[in-house]
Design a protein around this ligand. Structure first.
Ligand code: IPE
Ligand code: IPE
Ligand code: MG
Length: 249
């Protein structure tokens, strides 16, 4: 990622990514560096969601998808998992009024049935309370896995074929799009820009179908430290890319 003086970066409004997805990684290492328990990193990470949401909305980003908990994160210690599950409750309790003020609409994708009841109801309330907002969409991936999403889509399409509602040979890419958890995002379902913080350069089961042509930005910054300027910098990097989608210009 560019390391120039970020506040100086001028962004061409024509080249702002419409859908930005972020793998918010590095909370544990942020805490470890400070000799704090891992959950302190998650708390700081949650506070940073507020900062980055505000920054993304101000930049004119239309959809901000944040990977908050993967289908594999259940493998973590029980205490850590339950702390992470309490964060949506705190986050939405504190920030929904601010989100409404910024005209931000909350959406959530993932298998919510497996979440604690308090987490689920906090999510449902935030979705309902911001349903009228038509500015940026703040889309959380919670208990989300790309393979889980694809398996569900395959099951749905196979069931429809079995029921005689469609012919297997007629299944199109757009039918798959419509069966995925990003379907409510319509034309904005595929991220233009995918950012991963913390220095890891892998996808970790995020949006496997939708990132086919996303621009990728990896930064060493740990998620709690990822700033509005870092977001601008990633957007500037994005703006400098030549997206060819397999064609010749
Ligand atoms: C990302 O930070 C948050 C979640 C996966 C829930 P981590 O908790 O993965 O932080 P590191 O990778 O251990 O530093
Ligand atoms: C990916 O981070 C999941 C989220 C950020 C929610 P992980 O920390 O779980 O990924 P791995 O284990 O390093 O691949
Ligand atoms: Mg991690």
């Amino acid at each position: 990622m560019r390391s120039d003086n970020n506040t100086q970066i001028k962004l061409d409004p024509q080249r702002i990514p419409q859908h930005v997805a972020i793998i918010m990684d590095g909370n544990g290492r942020w805490a470890k560096k400070r000799l704090l328990p891992r959950i302190a990193g998650h708390k700081q990470g949650m506070d940073n969601v507020r900062t980055i949401t505000r920054a993304a909305s101000a930049l004119g980003i239309k959809v901000l998808t944040l990977y908050a908990f993967s289908t594999e994160n259940w493998k973590r210690p029980k205490d850590e998992v339950s702390y992470i599950m309490s964060l949506p409750v705190t986050f939405f309790n504190n920030f929904v009024p601010e989100l409404i003020e910024q005209n931000v609409r909350v959406m959530i994708m993932g298998d919510l049935t497996a979440l604690p009841e308090s987490t689920r109801s906090a999510c449902a309330r935030a979705i309902a309370d911001t349903a009228h907002c038509d500015g940026m969409i703040l889309n959380f991936a919670l208990n989300y896995g790309g393979r889980d999403e694809l398996r569900r889509a395959v099951q749905q399409l196979a069931q429809e074929a079995e029921d005689g509602k469609r012919q297997a040979r007629d299944i199109k890419d757009t039918d798959i799009d419509a069966a995925l958890m990003t379907a409510p995002l319509g034309k904005l379902a595929d991220p233009d820009l995918l950012i991963r913080t913390s220095g890891e350069e892998r996808i970790s089961n995020f949006l496997l179908w939708q990132i086919a042509y996303s621009e990728l930005v990896f930064t060493d910054r740990l998620w709690p430290d990822f700033s509005a300027d870092d977001l601008r910098s990633a957007c500037a990097d994005y703006a400098s890319r030549d997206r060819r989608f397999g064609a010749v210009k």
